[in-house]
Design a protein around this ligand. Structure first.
Ligand code: UDP
Length: 271
């Protein structure tokens, strides 16, 4: 293993041909962060490749506990969390674009409700781990879900509450990526952690081109111009305007959120 020290507190470690940059004490720089995950990560088949169709649960206990433990590890460092969970384990509106029977707008409405379902489940599982979370939404909803507005958010932030955003922006044609940026700004987060299936952005598809280069840093404009599928263009564009960096890394790495904040895993930073 080669270790090289840099003046900017960075260490580059080479293992398995992967270059990993580590910034000592990076976690301590953050007060509140926003974590964006897809609802898909609750599916049994997300972490285990071969799952019998009958056993592919929409809400896998192991996956839910794994997420909560990863969240708790961040909270234990003293960093507060805002959380956005998509609805991809249930429905995604854009899959219905052009469908004559189920209209896109209907599918989007159901998609928003899917994020509500996921949020309520995660709030409950977190409670079982002794973490109190508050859910906010632009939609009028039962089950102790607060209305999303700046006053409510400021109050929750001042109480250092874990905030879960559900129901997206409350209107169709968006994904939960956009509410992630809006929510990050309104709840005073200094970074968005976007956990995905890959460890960041490459200059070519690494599955097709083994010589593809991992891009450690990219600009918002690069993300938009290259139509990266990792997040919506609308979200990248708003993040640029609001100057919120986005860290993109793999959810398959153990304790990925803490490692991402420490910059001790392979990832791409959009800023
Ligand atoms: N959605 C919407 N408006 C929003 C946010 C979400 O209509 O502001 C709908 C949209 O259909 C989306 C679905 O909710 O596909 C679930 O969200 P998303 O696709 O972001 O879930 P993920 O892929 O992250 O699991």
């Amino acid at each position: 293993m080669n270790i090289k020290a840099f003046n900017d507190d960075r260490i580059v470690t080479r293992s398995n041909n992967t270059v990993v940059k580590q910034y000592k004490n990076s976690v301590k720089q953050h007060k509140r962060i926003l974590i964006k995950i897809s609802g898909e990560i609750f599916l049994s088949s997300y972490f285990i490749e071969q799952v019998d169709n009958n056993k592919n649960k929409q809400f896998d206990d192991t996956n839910l506990n794994k997420l909560c433990n990863n969240i708790i590890n961040i909270l234990n460092t003293g960093v507060n969390i805002s959380l956005v969970i998509g609805g991809g384990n249930i429905i995604r509106g854009k899959d219905f674009q052009g469908n004559n029977l189920i209209k896109r707008e209907t599918a989007d409405s159901v998609g928003m409700l899917a994020t509500v379902i996921n949020g309520i489940i995660v709030r409950d599982v977190l409670k079982q781990h002794n973490i109190d979370a508050e859910i906010v939404s632009p939609l009028d909803l039962p089950f102790d879900i607060k209305k999303l507005n700046t006053f409510t958010l400021n109050k929750l932030v001042s109480k250092s509450k874990l905030i879960i955003f559900v129901g997206g922006l409350g209107v169709p044609y968006f994904s939960t990526d956009t509410i992630s940026v809006v929510g990050a700004s309104l709840s005073h987060c200094d970074v968005i952690l976007k956990a995905t299936k890959t460890d960041g952005v490459y200059d070519k598809d690494p599955k097709i081109y083994p010589e593809a280069n991992h891009l450690d840093n990219i600009t918002y404009d690069y993300a938009i111009q290259n139509n990266l599928q990792i997040m919506d263009d609308t979200a990248f564009s708003l993040a640029k305007q609001l100057n919120i960096p986005i860290y993109i890394f793999s959810i398959f790495e153990d304790n990925c959120f803490v490692k991402a904040l420490n910059r001790s895993i392979s990832m791409s930073i959009v800023n």
